[in-house]
Design a protein around this ligand. Structure first.
Ligand code: PLP
Length: 410
């Protein structure tokens, strides 16, 4: 291959398994539990279409022009109201918000302004791949915290922080990255007790918590748990929200909510990255929030996803409860279930068996930096129609049996 003189970062970039896998989605008859994309039938297309026409015809001098790097004030003000009404977050001004090109670009901006080569940061294991990619552009010194039904292991965090403090390395620790609700890929939620413990530890060691919450609005049952941002405020927590899973990922709108000085620093970094988020989609979303109650509009979406989630859990129970050592998470919201097979199963290797049987899933190793999670997989229930969920779980069972027998694991 021609030597393009790529940087060391460039040289390290490789295609992700998820990307590769998405290519197989178009094979006729294939059922995919792979991608975490919302069901397009949930997009409020008629409402958005009507607003878009107005925003282009009547507000073209704003919506078709460059906008401020910080984001559109119309959207910011509407979103501040949304957060106050739906999450009980008060006291925010427009200076506490930055509008980004989805949360993914927020993660990259954070990586730019927080991480040096020798910086350390805490992430969960399994980890959201997009965050891992954004952070590792700057530093690969992640410290993993295993997940259970109640979220990351705060006891282990306490132990590791104490060790880092005694070795003097704590000065290099920059943040703790957490997905509090319906984790991607694990589907679990950080309990209130653990949120409190996390805040206590962050206070003790003066650490920032990055609270990445794309799924909090997609709760299907149970009581909502307050965000750590609401509990501790902008000095301690940076909250990341996005419209990708509740309005439209194609609009590419994310929000960073934090201390005004931190936001200003991110704005400077964003100027170098993309100048501004799209004025057009920001203004459309701003007018949309002014006109409609997003929370109300989400109700049918929530009903549909709840049904799909319950169906997948039921089918998993039907097909796998007779297999020893197989277990899965039972999310109260979001888009994902994390299934774990007995030791010895390698879900990466099993993918080819799955493909042959017409079923796609994402192997656990795709969510693990530097190995691990080999016997787990992420199953997404949001996109396939109900009949495909039933058939897909059957195909998955068949795949597990075939692989297990061939490898002498069953
Ligand atoms: C935990 C988490 N953070 C961030 C993102 C990025 O989303 P977007 O850039 O579409 O807002 C995702 C997308 O799946 C996610 O699951």
């Amino acid at each position: 291959m021609k030597d393009f003189k790529f940087s060391n970062t460039g040289k390290k970039l490789t295609s992700s398994i998820i990307r590769e896998l998405l290519k197989d989605v178009s094979i006729p008859g294939m059922i995919s539990f792979g991608g975490g994309v919302p069901d397009p039938s949930t997009f409020p297309r008629y409402e958005l279409s009507e607003i878009t026409q107005k925003v282009i015809e009547e507000e073209f001098s704003y919506s078709l022009q460059y906008g401020p790097t910080e984001g559109d004030d119309v959207l910011k003000k509407a979103y501040i109201e949304y957060l106050k009404k739906n999450e009980g977050i008060k006291g925010l001004s427009t200076e506490n918000l930055l509008i980004t090109v989805g949360s993914q670009s927020a993660l990259f901006l954070l990586s730019l302004v927080l991480l040096d080569k020798d910086s350390k940061y805490f992430v969960s294991k399994p980890v959201y791949l997009g965050a891992a990619s954004a952070f590792s552009m700057r530093s690969t010194n992640h410290i993993d915290l295993p997940l259970s039904e109640n979220g990351i292991d705060t006891e282990l965090l306490e132990k590791k922080l104490a060790e880092l403090a005694s070795s003097g390395e704590i000065k290099n620790v920059k943040f703790i990255y957490v997905i509090p609700n319906f984790h991607n890929p694990a589907g679990v939620t950080l309990s209130l007790e653990r949120r409190k413990k996390l805040l206590e530890l962050a206070d003790k060691y003066d650490l920032l918590i990055v609270e990445d919450d794309p799924y909090g609005d997609l709760r299907y049952e149970g009581e909502a748990i307050p965000s750590m941002f609401k509990m501790a405020g902008k000095d301690r927590v940076l909250l990341l929200k996005t419209f990708s899973k509740v309005l439209s990922p194609g609009m590419r709108l994310g929000f960073v909510i934090g201390h005004e000085e931190f936001i200003r620093k991110l704005v400077l970094a964003k100027q170098a990255v993309d100048l501004c988020s799209p004025s057009l989609t920001q203004r459309i979303a701003g007018r949309f929030l002014q006109k409609y109650d997003l929370k109300e509009l989400l109700k049918p979406t929530i009903d549909m996803y709840r049904k799909k989630k319950d169906l997948m859990l039921e089918e998993l129970k039907k097909n796998f409860s007779d297999m020893q050592g197989v277990h899965w998470t039972k999310p109260q919201g979001g888009l994902f279930i994390w299934l774990t097979l007995p030791e010895g199963f390698d879900t990466m290797e099993m993918m080819d068996y799955g493909k042959k049987n017409g079923i796609l899933f994402i192997p656990g190793a795709a969510f693990s930096i530097g190995g691990g999670c080999d016997n787990s997989m992420r199953l997404s229930f949001c996109l396939p129609p109900e009949k495909d969920i039933v058939e897909g779980v059957k195909r998955l069972k068949q795949t597990v049996l075939e692989y297990g027998k061939e490898k002498g694991l069953l």
